[in-house]
Design a protein around this ligand. Structure first.
Ligand code: NAD
Ligand code: G6P
Ligand code: MN
Length: 434
C-alpha cells in the first residue's frame, strides 16, 4: 500500500484531501496517511485529524490516519509527500496584508510585498523538508501546495536540487469546471492550454475539432459565474484587452490589469473595522470550520469549505498523485520545469502549464511564444520571482530590494524600502536567513 505524508496536516483543507483520496482508492490503494504539523498547530491537527479518520471509517476502506509533530518519523519510507503548511499561521498573513495596505499598497497573500514575504518564510522550511526527504524517502514525490506555489516549486528544484516535485494550484481547476458551462459544453468537450507562472498564467480553449472558442468564452465571462476563486474581488477585465489577447487571464491578473480598482477595494475592506483584510475574514471561516470538524457525527467535507479560495484543490492534488502512481498520463495544469514549453522563459524556469502527468512526472505541453504585452509581463514577473528566491536562500538585502523595486504592485522609492524594513521586522522570528 501507499504511504502518504501531508505536512501542514492541521490545515482546514485536509478533509478536502481525504475526500479526493477516498474517491480514488481503487486506483491509489493507500495504506496510511501521516498528518504532520508543529507544536503551534497541535490543536488543529488533532481536531482535523480525527475528522479525517472518521471520513475513512465511514468509507469501505481500511486506512489509518496518523498524527504527529515529528516530521522525520512521518517521512520515513513515504511514497508521496504533500505540503500545505503556512509558516507563521494566519497571523503572519494578517501582517503581509495589513502592513503594505497601511502604506497604501496592495496587501495580498501571494502578490506584491505580502507574497514576497510569504516566499521568504516558506522557502527555508521547504528546503529543510527536501533535505529530510533525501535521507528518509529518496524515491518519494513531493506535491507542493504551499504558497507562493510557483516560487516554492522553483526553489525546490533550483536550490534544493530535488527534481521529483510537482506544484499545484486550484485556479486552473476552477476555470475548467465553470467555463465550459458558459458555452453549453462539458470539460471533456474542450481542449485547454494553460501557460505562464503560478497565479500569473493565461489560457486558450479549443473545441474537439480544433476551432478556437476562447473568444466565445470571453463574451460569456461578463454574463455569468466565471470560476473566479472566492478570495478574489471580481472586477471585470477590460473586454477590449481580452479580445486583443484572445487569451483568458487567471483571476490574479486583476491585481495587475485593474490595479486601481483592486487597491481601492482592499483599502475599503481594510479600513472597515467590520470587514478587515482577507486573512481576518478567513480566520472567521476557519473558526466555523473547526467547530464543525469537532462534531463526532460529521464524516463528510462540509459545504462551508467552498468559502475558502482553495476549494477543489484536492481534485488537482489527488489526481496528480493517482496519475503518477498508476502512470495515467492525465492532463493537469501544474508548476514544473519549463523545458521549452514556454519559449519566452528559460528551460530551467518553473512554469505553470498544461502537462501530462505519469510515472515519470510532468511532461509539459508546448504552448509557444506570447505576444509582446504578455511576454513582457511574464518575463518581468519571473525575474522578480528569481530575485525573491535568491533573497530567501541567501538573506541578501540588496536582491530583496531589487525584487521590491521590480514588483509592479510596489511603487518604487523610499516608501517601498520602509515597507520592506517593517515587514522584515514584523516577521523576524520566521526569517532566520536575514
Ligand atoms: P493554515 O494557516 O491552516 O496552515 C496549515 C498548517 O500548517 C497549520 O496547522 C500550521 O500549524 C502548519 N504549519 C506551519 N508551519 C509549519 C511547519 N514548519 N511544518 C509543518 N506544519 C506547519 O493554512 P491554510 O489556509 O490551510 O493554507 C495552507 C497552505 O496552502 C498555505 O501556504 C496556503 O497559501 C496554501 N494554499 C495554496 C493554494 C494553492 O492554490 N496552491 C490554495 C489554498 C491554500
Ligand atoms: C486560491 C488560490 C490559493 C490562495 C487561496 C486563498 O484562489 O489558488 O493559492 O492561497 O485561494 O484562499 P483564502 O480562502 O485563504 O483567502
Ligand atoms: Mn493558487
Amino acid at each position: 500500500g501507499v504511504k502518504i505524508v501531508t505536512i501542514g496536516g492541521g490545515s482546514s483543507y485536509t478533509p478536502e484531501l481525504m475526500e479526493g483520496f477516498i474517491r480514488r482508492y481503487d486506483e491509489l490503494p493507500i495504506r496510511e496517511i501521516w498528518l504532520v504539523d508543529i507544536e503551534a498547530g497541535k490543536e488543529k491537527l488533532e481536531i482535523v485529524g480525527e475528522m479525517a479518520q472518521r471520513m475513512w471509517d465511514a468509507s469501505p476502506y481500511d486506512v489509518k490516519v496518523r498524527l504527529t509533530i515529528d516530521r522525520r518519523e512521518a517521512l520515513k519510507d513515504a511514497d508521496f509527500v504533500t505540503t500545505q503548511f503556512r509558516v507563521g499561521q494566519l497571523n503572519a498573513r494578517v501582517k503581509d496584508e495589513r502592513i503594505p495596505l497601511s502604506y497604501g499598497m496592495i496587501g495580498q497573500e501571494t502578490n506584491g510585498a505580502g507574497g514576497i514575504f510569504k516566499a521568504l518564510r516558506t522557502i527555508p522550511v521547504i528546503l529543510s523538508i527536501v533535505e529530510d526527504m533525501k535521507e528518509l524517502c529518496p524515491d518519494a514525490w513531493l506535491v507542493n501546495f504551499a504558497n507562493p506555489s510557483g516560487m516554492v516549486t522553483d526553489a525546490i528544484i533550483r536550490y534544493g536540487k530535488w527534481e521529483k516535485v510537482i506544484g499545484l494550484c486550484n485556479v486552473p481547476v476552477m476555470a475548467m469546471m465553470e467555463e465550459p458551462k458558459l458555452i453549453g459544453k462539458t470539460t471533456d468537450e474542450l481542449v485547454y492550454s494553460f501557460a505562464g507562472i503560478n497565479h500569473f498564467h493565461w489560457h486558450r480553449v479549443q473545441d474537439l475539432e480544433g476551432n478556437d472558442v476562447t473568444s466565445q468564452i470571453i463574451d460569456k465571462l461578463y454574463e455569468e459565474e466565471n470560476g473566479t476563486p472566492a478570495n478574489i474581488f471580481d472586477v471585470a477585465y477590460f473586454k477590449e484587452q481580452l479580445k486583443q489577447m484572445n487569451l483568458i487571464p487567471c483571476g490574479y491578473h486583476r491585481y495587475y490589469y485593474r490595479y486601481d480598482e483592486m487597491l481601492n477595494h482592499m483599502l475599503e475592506e481594510y479600513n472597515d473595522p467590520n470587514i478587515g483584510t482577507r486573512a481576518q475574514q478567513v480566520k472567521q471561516t476557519e473558526a466555523e470550520l473547526f467547530e464543525l470538524y469537532k462534531d463526532p457525527n460529521l464524516h463528510d467535507k462540509p459545504e462551508q469549505l467552498t468559502k475558502r479560495g482553495g476549494a477543489y484543490y484536492s481534485d488537482a492534488a489527488c489526481e496528480t498523485i493517482a496519475s503518477i502512481y498508476a502512470n495515467k498520463n492525465t492532463q493537469i495544469v501544474v508548476s514544473t520545469k519549463n523545458n521549452g514549453a514556454v519559449p519566452d522563459l528559460a528551460p530551467d524556469d518553473v512554469v505553470e502549464v498544461s502537462a501530462y502527468i505519469g510515472a515519470a512526472g510532468a511532461r509539459p505541453i508546448a504552448f509557444g511564444s506570447f505576444e509582446p504585452a504578455e511576454k513582457g509581463w511574464l518575463q518581468l514577473m519571473k525575474s522578480m520571482e528569481l530575485c525573491v528566491e535568491k533573497a530567501a536562500v541567501t538573506g541578501d538585502y540588496g536582491v530583496l530590494l531589487q525584487a521590491f523595486i521590480i514588483n509592479p504592485l510596489i511603487p518604487s522609492g523610499e516608501t517601498a524600502k520602509r515597507v520592506l524594513d517593517e515587514l522584515l521586522l514584523a516577521h523576524k522570528e520566521y526569517l532566520p536567513q536575514f
